[in-house]
Design a protein around this ligand. Structure first.
Ligand SMILES: Nc1ncnc2c1ncn2[C@@H]1O[C@H](COP(=O)(O)OP(=O)(O)OP(=O)(O)O)[C@@H](O)[C@H]1O
Ligand SMILES: [Mg+2]
Length: 305
C-alpha cells in the first residue's frame, strides 16, 4: 500500500489564490447556513490581507492543494480561521495534519492556546474539533468557540481511552526524527505499549507493536521509507550495557527509540529525550489517563514540547 503523500506548508500572501480556491470548494460543499458562513464572502484580496498578517497553512495531496487554514493570533491565542478540506480529499488525514501543524506553529510562536469558531448547526464539525483535543469554551449561538491549551507539559492531557492514547502517540510521532529517544513513565498497565502502538502508526513502521515481554527490544522497520522504531522494555534490563549488548539490528542514531520502564536507565542513551508520563486515576473503572510530555536537552531547544 502506498500512502497518499500529504504535505502541509506554511504560506503567506503569495498563496492567496490557492487558499481561496480550497476554502471555496470546501465551504461550497457544506450545508447552506443562515447567516451564511463568513468564509463565503472572501475574495482573493481579503484572503491576501489575512495571509499577509500572520500566514496560513496549505495542505497538498500529491502536489494538489486540498486543505487550508489561516492563522490569526489574538493576544496569547491563535485562532484558526477558514479551516477547510476539499470533499475529494477527505478521510485521508489531511484535516488532522493541518491541525497538528497549526498546533506546532502556534507553540513555536509562544501562544498559550489555539482556538476555533465553529457553527452549532454542524455538530460533526464540533465533534471533529473535540476529537482533536479542543473543548467548547463559549456558545454564542450560532457560533461555538473551542480551545485547546498548548501547555501539555505543564498540566497533562486527558486521554479518555486506548484509542485516544494511540492517536496521541501518532501525533507525537510527527515531531520525531532519527536519533530521538522517548522515555515512557507509568505504572503497570498505564498504557505505555498502547502509546507506542500509536507512535508506530504515526511513523509508518511494520507492526504489530506488542508488549516486548519475552524480548527486551524489538526493531520495527519503516514501511514508508522513514526511520525504524526501536521498542525497548527496560523492566528486566539491568542497565545500559545490557542494551548495548543486545546488538540490535538498527543503530539508535538512525532510529526513533522508545523505552518503557526506562527511567533511571535510559537517560544515558542520548543527551536529549522526550519524557512521556502516563498517570491514571484511583477508580478501577476509570479508563482515562493523564499524559504529560516534557522535552529535555538541546535537541528540543529550538522547538520545545
Ligand atoms: N486511556 C487509556 N490509555 C491507554 N490504555 C488504556 C486506556 N484505557 C484503557 N486502556 C487499556 O489499558 C491497557 C494498557 O496496557 P499497556 O500494555 O498499553 O500498558 P503498559 O503501560 O505498557 O503496561 P506494562 O507496564 O505491563 O508494560 C490496554 O489494555 C488498553 O486497552
Ligand atoms: Mg508495556
Amino acid at each position: 500500500m502506498t500512502a497518499d503523500q500529504v504535505t502541509v506548508a506554511r504560506v503567506g500572501a503569495e498563496a492567496a489564490e490557492s487558499v481561496l480556491e480550497v476554502v471555496r470548494e470546501a465551504f461550497g460543499a457544506r450545508p447552506v447556513l443562515d447567516p451564511p458562513a463568513d468564509a463565503s464572502a472572501e475574495t482573493v484580496e481579503s484572503v491576501r490581507v489575512r495571509l499577509a498578517h500572520h500566514g496560513g497553512l496549505l495542505a497538498s495531496l500529491d502536489g494538489r492543494p486540498v486543505g487550508a487554514l489561516v492563522l490569526d493570533p489574538v493576544g496569547d491565542t491563535v485562532f484558526l480561521r477558514r479551516f477547510g478540506v476539499v470533499p475529494g480529499a477527505q478521510g485521508r488525514g489531511v484535516a488532522r495534519d493541518l491541525v497538528t501543524t497549526a498546533l506546532r506553529s502556534a507553540r513555536q510562536q509562544g501562544a498559550a492556546d489555539v482556538a476555533v469558531v465553529a457553527r452549532e448547526e454542524l455538530p460533526e464539525t464540533v465533534r471533529f474539533w473535540e476529537a482533536q483535543g479542543f473543548e467548547v469554551v463559549a456558545n454564542h449561538s450560532p457560533y461555538v468557540e473551542l480551545r485547546r491549551s498548548l501547555a501539555v507539559g505543564d498540566v497533562g492531557q486527558d486521554v479518555p481511552d486506548a484509542e485516544a492514547m494511540r492517536a496521541l502517540g501518532a501525533e507525537v510521532a510527527r515531531r520525531l526524527r532519527a536519533g530521538d529517544l522517548v522515555l515512557l513513565v507509568g505504572d503497570l498497565g498505564a498504557g505505555k505499549t498502547t502509546f507506542t502502538q500509536g507512535l508506530g502508526e504515526g511513523l509508518g513502521v511494520r507492526g504489530p507493536v506488542t508488549s516486548p515481554t519475552f524480548v527486551i527490544a524489538r526493531v520495527h522497520p519503516s514501511e514508508v521509507g522513514g526511520v525504524p522504531l526501536v521498542h525497548v522494555d527496560a523492566y528486566r534490563l539491568g542497565g545500559l550495557e545490557e542494551l548495548d549488548d543486545l546488538d540490535l539490528d538498527a543503530s539508535l542514531d538512525e532510529a526513533v527509540t522508545v523505552v518503557e520502564w526506562g527511567e533511571g536507565i535510559a537517560e544515558g542513551l542520548a543527551e536529549s529525550r522526550l519524557e512521556v508520563r502516563i498517570g491514571r486515576g484511583d477508580a478501577a473503572d476509570d479508563e482515562s489517563r493523564t499524559v504529560s510530555v516534557t522535552s529535555v536537552g538541546p535537541r528540543w531547544d529550538a522547538d520545545p514540547w
